[in-house]
Design a protein around this ligand. Structure first.
Ligand SMILES: [Zn+2]
Ligand SMILES: [Zn+2]
Length: 278
């Protein structure tokens, strides 16, 4: 689940995207911590990579096999190695925030200021790089309290659209890991409200009625079962609170029979009256 913002290279788009991700997580519920970093533009980033490589090559004997491989391909990635011994060595690595060119440093300052203005709390983390080559500028990760893996993450990837054969369009975006966030959410679905049961009568006009009910913010589903008994069974199995019986009599008289699926009580009233009560 994610969002991408195309066409704006300014910090405004980064702040909007981080803020959108934060408000989605706020709605979903888990407590989280936001970490942010800037990995610079291609110019200052390649300067930094040289420094980092020179540092890591001196300590290469202590690095894990993965890090040794990464050093040749994408040196930034050694910074987020989860192996403890690598972490210790790299805690002394040159700091990416000191390697940013003035434009990148200003951009990152604006983003931090914007997040502060919107009361989004964050921790700068110079070891946060994101695994993918196409990122530039600001990158971020959201962690649930106590979790080791990020539940949401993203960043800026200005060169990606062009790299994939499109126009040269700046972009920033995020993705939320649905599989990671599901166990953290108190997920008690509400009971659906109404199932319309036609009991074999013609179904024309029922969709318009269903739309009016939905328009009032209620969940409404039309049963496709032609027999009343089967349709009521279906409504009960799916925990609908009410069945709206619309058989031939109801259609003729423009009424609806509302059946409470828990008590079994039912009442016939005009459709107008029913919609008014919603
Ligand atoms: Zn730069
Ligand atoms: Zn490593």
């Amino acid at each position: 689940m994610g969002a991408e913002y195309f066409g704006d290279q300014t910090s405004f788009a980064d702040i909007e995207i981080i803020s959108l991700c934060a408000s989605a997580l706020n709605k979903l519920g888990p407590d989280y911590e936001l970490k942010i970093n800037s990995i610079g533009c291609p110019v200052c980033r390649s300067e930094y990579e040289k420094k980092l490589k020179a540092f890591a090559e001196k300590k290469i004997d202590g690095l894990c096999d993965d890090c040794r491989d990464r050093l040749g391909v994408n040196p930034l990635r050694i910074l987020d190695c989860k192996v403890e011994s690598c972490g210790k060595i790299l805690s002394g690595a040159p700091d990416v925030s000191e390697a940013l060119c003035p434009d990148c440093a200003d951009n990152f300052t604006e983003i931090r200021r914007g997040l502060n203005d919107r009361q989004i709390s964050f921790t700068p983390d110079v070891r946060l790089v994101r695994g993918l080559d196409y990122y530039n500028g600001c990158v971020f990760e959201f962690y649930a309290k106590g979790a080791r893996d990020a539940i949401a993450a993203g960043g800026r990837y200005d060169g990606l659209v062009k790299l994939l054969g499109g126009e040269d369009v700046p972009a920033v975006g995020f993705a939320i890991g649905v599989d990671r966030i599901m166990p953290l959410i108190d997920f008690t679905p509400e009971k659906p409200d109404y199932m319309i049961v036609s009991a074999g009568a013609p179904m024309d006009g029922l969709t318009a009625f269903a739309d009016e009910i939905r328009g009032a913010g209620k969940v409404c589903v039309i049963s496709s079962k032609p027999k009343l008994k089967n349709a009521l069974k279906e409504a009960s199995a799916a925990s609908f609170r009410f069945a709206l019986i619309m058989g031939e009599d109801e259609i003729k008289n423009m009424t609806v029979t509302v059946r409470d699926m828990v008590s079994g009580e039912q009442e016939t009233l005009s459709r107008k009256e029913f919609l008014k009560r919603l």
